[in-house]
Design a protein around this ligand. Structure first.
Ligand SMILES: Nc1ncnc2c1ncn2[C@@H]1O[C@H](COP(=O)(O)OP(=O)(O)O)[C@@H](O)[C@H]1O
Ligand SMILES: Nc1ccn([C@@H]2O[C@H](COP(=O)(O)OP(=O)(O)O)[C@@H](O)[C@H]2O)c(=O)n1
Length: 208
């Protein structure tokens, strides 16, 4: 079975995806990391973010089993990832890797922006996880502070809104809720409540 999870930045989709994968015995791929890994490589080598051919070349060499969220979590990496995520040939290359991961047994949970709409349109269950921008900025700020990084709520909020706008308005695979996705608004939910709600949705979908 494939579970597709999409949603805006810091909505909690990664946390849910990880826990659902463990609960249902599936593999997990955070597809945001694939965009972050390419962006981090470009930044590290001082290469331009707009050069599609170079980005595709880096994507071809990606090893999905060696992507470390901690190493790729920097705020600037997320910002650069959303800038290169508009490049069609790069998306094509990454989607190819993501689909291959999704299809291998026993199934997988993938989270990102276009999983239910583009990467796995036939997924058994689709969730669209969201929360109010202020709630998401509060979570991301707390996360950064807990990692010993500097974080200012107002600028985190501004950055998240700008990234959401870019992700929703790009021409190729924009962030949007698939017609058959279940909406999970976690603004008023803690992690445990959101997880329980997601398990109920998946369990009901598997039974039908
Ligand atoms: N429902 C929730 N309530 C409070 N904090 C949450 C909730 N879901 C996730 N978080 C926290 O918010 C931060 C961002 O969550 P994450 O799963 O990484 O989001 P995303 O993958 O959508 O960017 C993490 O620190 C996570 O522990
Ligand atoms: N399936 C995906 C996943 C991420 N992305 C892009 O990659 C960026 C970083 O994604 P992420 O999931 O790591 O970001 P957070 O939500 O964790 O902050 C997003 O802002 C998107 O622009 C995408 O275009 N498609």
């Amino acid at each position: 079975m494939i579970i597709a999870i999409d949603g805006p930045a810091a909505s909690g989709k990664g946390t849910l995806a990880r826990r659902l994968a463990a609960h249902f015995g599936l593999r997990h791929l955070d597809t945001g990391l694939t965009y972050r890994a390419v962006a981090a490589a470009l930044l590290a080598q001082g290469l331009p973010l707009g050069d599609e051919a170079i980005a595709v070349e880096i994507a071809r060499r990606l090893d999905l089993s060696h992507m470390d969220r901690a190493l790729l979590s920097a705020h600037e990496t997320g910002e650069a990832a959303s800038r290169i995520a508009v490049l069609p040939a790069l998306r094509e290359e990454l989607v190819r890797l993501q689909r291959a991961f999704a299809k291998a047994p026993p199934g997988a949970v993938l989270d990102g922006r276009d999983i239910g709409t583009v990467v796995c349109p036939d997924a058994g269950v689709k969730l669209y996880v969201t929360a109010a921008p202020e709630a998401r900025a509060k979570r991301r700020t707390a996360e950064m502070l807990s990692q010993g990084k500097e974080a200012d709520f107002a600028s985190v909020l501004e950055d998240l809104k700008r990234r959401d706008e870019r992700d929703q308005s790009r021409t190729v695979a924009p962030l949007r809720q698939a017609a058959d996705a279940h909406l999970l608004d976690t603004t008023e939910m803690d992690i445990e409540t959101a997880f329980r709600a997601a398990v109920d949705i998946v369990t009901a979908a598997r039974a039908s």
